[in-house]
Design a protein around this ligand. Structure first.
Ligand SMILES: Nc1ncnc2c1ncn2[C@@H]1O[C@H](COP(=O)(O)OP(=O)(O)OP(=O)(O)O)[C@@H](O)[C@H]1O
Ligand SMILES: O=c1[nH]cnc2c1ncn2[C@@H]1O[C@H](CO)[C@@H](O)[C@H]1O
Length: 444
C-alpha cells in the first residue's frame, strides 16, 4: 500500500499560457498587491466520489457488442455471467489492449492532479486485500500520486471492472461488472473533506445501483454537505441511459444541488429535449449555473451567467447559431446566477484544437479531460483568491479564474491531449508554453 501522506505541496501550477497573451499572469506581479497567504498555505484541492473500477480495454467489432447486449457509445451494467463470458471471449481472442484505472470522476481527478500538479481527494471503495497484479493493484499503480487515496473505504471483494470496447470508428462502449464498487458507506464521506474543497465532483453513474447498494445515499450526503458549505457541486452526466430513465428527477436534482454541469450532446439531448448542443446548454441554465457541453468533432460549448456589471464583450467574430451572436460576451467570467444582481446568460464555443488529432484511435475520456481543465481553472481561482484577496480579479465571487472563452480553449486543448495520448488518463500534462500554438492555431 502507499505511504499514508503525500508530498507536501504548497504551490499549485496555474493553467498556464494557452495563448501568448497572459492566460495567467504568473510573471507579472502588481506591486500594489501583497500576497497574503503564507508560503506554507495549502493550495485548494478538489474532492470527488467515484465507483472504483478498472477499464479493461479491448478492440472489437459491432457484432461483438450486439452479441453481449451492449449499446454502442454507452455504459451498461452486465451480470456476473455475462461479465465472465465477455472476459473469456476477450482472453481467448487475445483482444485485451490494456487494463488501467478508470471511472469518469476518478479520471477527471487524476487529470486535474496531472494538470495542476496539485492534490485531489478520491472517495470510494478499495479492496482490503490486494494481491500483486490484481485489479485493485493495477488501479493504485495507474493513479497519480497527487490523488489522495487515504479516505477510501476498505471493502471485502473486488473493485469494479469496466469492459471498454473500442470499435473501428474509435467510439467506446462500456459493460460494467460492479463488484463492490457501489458499497461506499456514508461514514466514508468526511464532512471536513467536503467542506474544505474547491469543488465536489460526482457523476450520474453514482445513482445506478442495485437493491442494498449504498453509493447513492453516500453521494446524496456529500452533495447536501457541499451545498450547506457553499462548495460548488460539479456533476458529469456519464451516459445517456442513466438520464433518460428519469430526466425530470435529474432536472430537479441539478436545480437543487448542482453548480457546474458537464455533459456531451447526447446526454444534453435527453436531459433537456434539445438536440442542438448550444440549445441544450442554454436550456440546462434553467437548473445549473455553468454548463460544459462537449460535442465530439463539433468541439465544445460553455454556457453560464455573469452579472451585467461585469460583462465583457468578445473581440472574436460573432458566431451564428440557434442563439444569434451567442458568443458576444464570452470574455466575461462565470458567476453563480444567485450571485448576480442582473444575471446575463453567456455562451461560448470552440472547434476542436487543430481540427483534432490526425488519427483518433480512441475517444474514451475526451469529455472527462475537458472537465478536468475547467476544475483546474476553478481551483486556481480559489487559490488566487486566498493568496491575493485584494486583487481586482475578486471584486465579485467569480467561479473561475478565466473567461468563458479561455475556459473553452483550455478544456479543448486538454481533450486533444487525451485523444493524442489515446488514454482517458493523461500520463503527462501540457507543455508549459505552447510554442507552436500562436502560429499554428490561435492566430489563424
Ligand atoms: N472526432 C473528433 N475530432 C476532433 N475532436 C474531437 C473528436 N471527438 C472528440 N473531440 C474533442 O474532444 C472533446 C470531447 O469529446 P466528446 O464530446 O466525444 O466527449 P465525451 O463523449 O463526453 O467523452 P467521454 O464520455 O469518453 O469522456 C470535444 O469537445 C473535442 O474537443
Ligand atoms: O458506471 C460507471 N461508473 C463510473 N465510471 C464509468 C462507468 N461506466 C463507464 N465509466 C468510465 O467512463 C470513463 C470515460 O468517460 C471510462 O474510463 C470508464 O471507466
Amino acid at each position: 500500500m502507499r505511504a499514508p501522506s503525500l508530498n507536501p505541496v504548497s504551490q499549485m501550477k496555474f493553467p498556464g499560457q494557452r495563448k501568448s497573451k497572459h492566460y495567467f499572469p504568473v510573471d507579472r506581479r502588481d506591486p500594489m498587491i501583497q500576497p497574503l497567504a503564507s508560503p506554507e498555505g495549502q493550495p485548494p484541492y478538489v474532492v470527488g466520489i467515484d465507483q472504483t473500477l478498472v477499464d479493461i480495454e479491448a478492440h472489437v467489432d459491432d457484432a461483438f457488442l450486439a452479441r453481449y447486449g451492449l449499446s454502442k457509445g454507452h455504459s451498461l451494467l452486465v451480470s456476473d455471467d455475462t461479465a465472465e463470458a465477455i472476459y473469456q471471449a476477450i482472453l481467448a481472442g487475445q483482444l485485451v489492449e490494456s487494463e488501467f484505472a478508470g471511472g469518469t470522476v476518478a479520471n477527471t481527478l487524476h487529470n486535474y492532479s496531472v494538470l495542476s500538479d496539485s492534490r485531489s481527494i478520491l472517495l470510494g471503495v478499495m479492496s482490503e486485500q490486494i494481491g500483486v497484479g490484481s485489479y485493485a493493484y493495477r488501479y493504485l499503480c495507474s493513479t497519480s500520486s497527487r490523488v489522495d487515496l487515504n479516505h477510501l473505504q476498505p471493502v471485502q471483494g473486488p473493485i469494479g471492472r469496466c469492459f471498454t470496447f473500442v470499435t473501428q470508428d474509435g467510439d467506446r462502449s462500456f459493460g460494467i461488472s460492479p463488484g463492490a464498487m457501489n458499497r461506499l458507506s456514508h461514514q466514508y464521506i468526511p464532512e471536513s473533506v467536503i467542506n474544505g474543497a474547491a469543488a465536489l465532483v460526482i457523476s450520474a453513474y453514482l445513482v445506478r445501483g442495485e437493491e442494498g447498494d449504498t453509493m447513492k445515499a453516500s453521494a446524496m450526503k456529500a452533495v447536501s454537505l457541499a451545498k450547506a458549505a457553499g462548495v460548488p457541486v460539479v456533476l458529469t452526466l456519464g451516459t445517456r441511459h442513466v438520464i433518460e430513465a428519469d430526466p425530470a428527477w435529474w432536472q430537479a436534482f441539478i436545480a437543487e444541488y448542482v453548480t457546474v454541469l458537464a455533459m456531451n450532446e447526447e446526454e444534453g439531448a435527453v436531459l433537456t429535449g434539445q438536440q442542438d448542443p448550444l440549445a441544450a446548454a442554454a436550456k440546462a441554465l434553467e437548473w445549473a449555473d455553468l454548463v460544459l457541453c462537449t460535442a465530439g468533432p463539433l468541439g465544445l460549448f460553455m454556457a453560464g451567467y455573469t452579472d451585467e456589471a461585469f460583462k465583457r464583450e468578445t473581440s472574436h467574430p460573432l458566431l451564428p447559431g440557434c442563439i444569434p451572436e451567442f458568443n458576444r460576451f464570452e470574455f466575461s467570467r462565470p458567476m453563480r446566477r444567485t450571485d448576480c444582481q442582473a444575471p446575463l446568460a453567456v455562451f461560448s464555443h470552440i472547434s476542436p484544437y487543430m481540427g483534432g488529432p490526425h488519427k483518433i484511435k480512441n475517444t474514451n475520456g475526451a469529455g472527462d479531460g475537458a472537465l478536468s481543465a475547467v476544475l483546474h481553472d476553478m481551483a486556481a481561482n480559489c487559490f488566487h483568491r486566498t493568496s491575493v484577496p485584494n486583487s481586482a480579479k475578486h471584486v465579485a465571487p467569480f467561479l473561475s479564474y478565466s473567461s468563458f472563452a479561455q475556459l473553452c480553449k483550455y478544456a479543448n486543448r486538454v481533450s486533444y491531449e487525451v485523444l493524442c495520448q489515446s488514454s482517458p488518463r493523461l500520463s503527462r500534462g501540457l507543455p508549459e508554453r505552447e510554442d507552436s500554438l500562436e502560429e499554428a492555431y490561435w492566430e489563424r
